[in-house]
Design a protein around this ligand. Sequence first.
Ligand SMILES: NC(=O)C1=CN([C@@H]2O[C@H](COP(=O)(O)OP(=O)(O)OC[C@H]3O[C@@H](n4cnc5c(N)ncnc54)[C@H](OP(=O)(O)O)[C@@H]3O)[C@@H](O)[C@H]2O)C=CC1
Ligand SMILES: CC(=O)N[C@@H](CCC(=O)OP(=O)(O)O)C(=O)O
Length: 317
Amino acid sequence: MAASPKRIGIVGARGHTGAELIRLVAAHPSLELAYVSSRELDGQRVDAHVSDYQGDLRYSSPAHEDLPALDADVVVLALPNGKAAVCVQAFDAAGRDPVIVDLSADYRFDNNWYYGLPELTRNKWRGEKRISNPGCYATAMQLSIAPLKEMLAAPPVCFGVSGYSGAGTTPSDKNNPDKLRDNLMPYALTGHMHEKEASRHLGVPVEFMPHVAPHFRGLTVTTNLYLSRPHQRNDVLALFQQAYAKDPLVRVQDEAPWVSQIAGKHHAEIGGFAMSADGKRVVIVATLDNLLKGAATQAMQNINQAIGVDEYTAIPL
Ligand SMILES: NC(=O)C1=CN([C@@H]2O[C@H](COP(=O)(O)OP(=O)(O)OC[C@H]3O[C@@H](n4cnc5c(N)ncnc54)[C@H](OP(=O)(O)O)[C@@H]3O)[C@@H](O)[C@H]2O)C=CC1
Ligand SMILES: CC(=O)N[C@@H](CCC(=O)OP(=O)(O)O)C(=O)O
């Protein structure tokens, strides 16, 4: 007899990433939505906002201390940074221990949480039920640097350009289409959270310069890497192909990828591999959809791992 589906709750489900997760859960054979929370959409039908969802569920707006009683097996926190802890504490206080996947940056530096960038960390998972989902740019940077991290002569320098969905739905210059029109907006040019995150999880310092652009979704990270000894382009390309050969959500290609091709796709693309004449400098370009491999799809890989089903269940490959 097939096991009954696990119940999943999404806290902060009005947001861009929450909506993508609802879509993924709707197509998942082993998960059913227990609740989706939003203060703004409280009481409204989910199918009125997420076209791929068919069912009668409505958004609700439980207080964080009421979340444990809703009895989900898996809880995704898709809240702005700084808002996860009160929810986590509510589960602790109630003595409940569901799988909790936090999409924010709040637990990415906490050793008690599993940092789930599956292609680089799945062999470190020890059955943890507290999972911190990586940042979108941080995912692209780490995938671009990891295969070369033992060969670096200097910190890699990453130039990032994100679509404005990366800035969430709370109004700001970075998601204001008027201010973004015909524009490229630099921000946090040193010390961005994802610079610290990528440096911490790679174990090598990384330098990162983010920008936001007028397109809605998808990001590009172009990384300059100085190598400690000369390499042939084919050897670098082969290293990446080998590193991700078993990872369908990381596609290595010859050409530098274009962000226009990645919107709505679940995988990351890595390419370019432009070498300097002396073979000691390589430039690598990575693209991914910040809402998918940069957030919801990666969360689904982590959820699948945690509930014991194939990592790619319900993820279109
Ligand atoms: N957008 C992206 O590309 C990525 C985002 N992330 C991270 O994922 C998380 C969600 O991002 P995203 O979906 O873009 O964010 P949004 O701003 O689009 O959505 C945030 C959600 O949280 C709710 N919310 C907002 N403020 C509060 C509050 N003070 N208390 C409780 N609920 C609140 C909102 O609903 P309501 O106000 O109706 O309650 C909404 O459902 C963030 O931590 C973000 O940093 C990670 C990777 C990529
Ligand atoms: C364009 C834009 O603003 N992008 C966001 C990153 C989105 C993301 O991955 O968010 P968290 O690390 O906060 O989870 C930023 O730079 O803060």
